[in-house]
Design a protein around this ligand. Structure first.
Ligand SMILES: [Zn+2]
Length: 561
């Protein structure tokens, strides 16, 4: 019995995984070689990446195939996020997701268009029943694209379990050649309490890396005292592409004893925003580099191995320790970093900048000054801290975007001192850019004389007026033109102030489906929708911005019957 237990516990995570997850069930969703521009749980802005990003040869329109038999269980089309997305539920309980699609295979496309026309909306979410759109493994379901928040043509592919938790598709035998070790980009050391120090400082220290021929690393020796933590900036690339992708596992060891482990196998969407607690958030918002902290005060991610999640190092005076980091990719290539730490007590003391506004993370806080009030519910933040809070005229300085938030909070601006016409044109903006002078629209609603903005970011906020109507410019036609041979009608829409809120287009009074791509600011109508059989046609488009300014565009075009 003892021997059996020993054998069981020495199996690696990967071989355990292969016992749990079906290995030959899911096939490739594309007919081109699997080359990745993104791996599972890769670190992204406010979230872990929930699938694989598969490269599509820099183009759209590749056939997307059902990864296994099943039925279309959900279709979601949105301007942002996943764009056009298809969900297939399989008999074994897993669901596969295909996102940023250009369009769907004909039968599915017709199913969706019918419902878009009924709802008079491009954005739509549908949940077909199990007998409506059944699929065989390998059946053509869609064409790859670049819709929604996609920064270039690719297919986003996910596998989710019954609880809707995304899982690393590589656990199901979807393998990508990778014979090189992960790369370590940088190492940082942090003094974690008032009396601790690293290299005589209480500030975060960048530790010089010494790359070895083996692909492993040493670092310069460090002197430290008290409770400290180490952070690593790392990525991995596969054989067939230069893309810097995410790694699969990170472990650390102090004098041979493991003290931290994170595994990128699965997570829940509920916890994905906690990525901001895994990374050094201030470093990220100020440099755009993501340091993963290999220490943690509150075990809030299921990605941590619960046996080893603390990672804090206690360095005593006049000691010598060896700290090692092991970074592993899915193919089990591993890169090691070795850091020698010498215990050396110093008299450096952390001095925290104090303000009158101390935030207790587990309590609610109300701040008010002049026309501005801010309300934080309990657990908006991960830790207690002194907050900067200042209001001058109608500009709020609310600390800086260097503390991550767990939950959104509200900022209220009283606008009773504006006259009624002006009130209608105001929105709350976050001041961004290098000089904090670019007003970015923040989702704002109005209740009487109060504008209420919901946000996840600390920073500077002000009231901005948008008095300019959206612009509407035809892209491929002009008024009174014959366009018999045209497949598409394209219009550019833009709004420089608060941004586009909605649009509505008709031909001869009938609603038409125009697909909106915010990246190219283009609305596209497909004449194959066969809305009009008339020769002379009246096209009308109304576009409204986020404070309610609206523009109307009308044009006549002719088509042969
Ligand atoms: Zn993706």
């Amino acid at each position: 019995m003892r021997l059996v237990l020993f054998l069981l516990t020495t199996f690696s995570l990967i071989s355990q995984a292969q016992n749990i997850y079906p290995q030959d069930y899911f096939g490739d969703p594309l007919e081109v070689p699997l080359i990745l521009s993104g791996t599972f749980a890769e670190l992204r802005s406010n979230h872990f990446h929930s699938g694989l990003d598969i490269k599509t040869q820099q183009r759209e329109g590749l056939r997307v195939l059902a990864s296994a038999e099943g039925f279309v269980s959900r279709i979601k089309i949105s301007h942002y996020g996943y764009g056009k997305a298809l969900y297939i539920t399989h008999p074994n309980g897993y669901t596969t997701v295909y996102a940023h699609l250009q369009k769907f295979a004909p039968e599915i496309e017709a199913y969706i268009k019918k419902r878009q026309y009924e709802a008079e909306s491009y954005e739509i979410e549908l949940f077909p029943s199990a007998n409506e759109l059944k699929l065989n493994k390998g059946e053509h379901v869609a064409y790859s694209g670049n819709t929604g928040g996609s920064g270039g043509p690719h297919l986003h592919f996910e596998i989710r379990n019954k609880e809707e938790h995304p899982l690393n598709p590589m656990l199901f035998g979807i393998n990508v050649a990778d014979t090189t070790k992960p790369t370590i980009k940088s190492i940082y050391a942090y003094a974690l309490n008032d009396s601790s120090s690293v290299n005589n400082s209480t500030e975060k220290q960048k530790i010089r890396l010494i790359p070895l021929a083996s692909g492993d690393y040493n670092t310069e020796n460090i002197e430290a005292y008290g409770v400290i933590g180490i952070g690593v900036e790392t990525n991995d690339r596969q054989n067939l592409a230069a893309n810097s992708n995410g790694v699969y596992q990170i472990q650390s060891f102090l004098n041979g004893n493991q003290n931290f482990e994170i595994n990128f196998q699965s997570f829940s969407f509920n916890e994905t925003r906690n990525i901001n607690q895994l990374i050094d958030y201030e470093h990220y918002t100020t440099t755009k580099h993501r340091i993963q902290k290999l220490f943690n005060h509150n075990n809030i991610l299921s990605l941590y191995n619960p046996e080893f999640y603390n990672g804090n190092l206690v360095v005593k005076d006049s000691t010598n320790s060896i700290y090692k980091i092991r970074v592993v990719d899915f193919e089990n290539n591993d890169a090691w970093v070795t850091i020698n730490i010498k215990g050396n007590k110093t008299s450096t003391k952390k001095t925290e900048e104090k303000t009158p506004y101390y935030i207790y993370a587990n309590q609610s806080t109300n701040l008010k000054s002049g026309n501005v009030a801010v309300h934080f519910y309990p657990n908006t933040f991960y830790e207690d801290f002194y907050m900067d809070f200042n209001v001058q005229n109608d500009t709020l300085t609310l600390h800086d975007d260097i503390m991550p938030t767990k939950n959104n909070f509200n900022i209220n601006f009283n606008v009773s001192h504006f006259n009624d016409e002006d009130k209608d044109k105001l929105f709350v903006s976050r001041l961004v850019g290098r000089n904090k002078n670019y007003p970015l629209y923040t989702s704002t609603r109005r209740e009487g004389d109060t504008l209420i903005a919901s946000t996840k970011y600390l920073g500077s906020y002000t009231l901005t007026a948008d008095t300019v109507k959206p612009s509407i410019t035809p892209k491929n036609f002009r008024d009174e033109q014959w366009i018999s041979n045209y497949r598409f009608l394209k219009v550019k829409i833009d709004d420089s102030g608060s941004g586009i809120s909605n649009y509505r287009a008709t031909i001869n009074g009938k609603w038409i489906l125009m697909e909106y791509d915010y990246k190219t600011k283009t609305l596209t109508f497909d004449f194959n929708d066969h809305i009009s059989t008339e020769t002379k046609n009246n096209f009308k488009l109304i576009v409204t911005d986020n404070v309610g300014n609206s523009s109307t565009f009308e044009s006549v075009f002719y088509r042969k019957k």
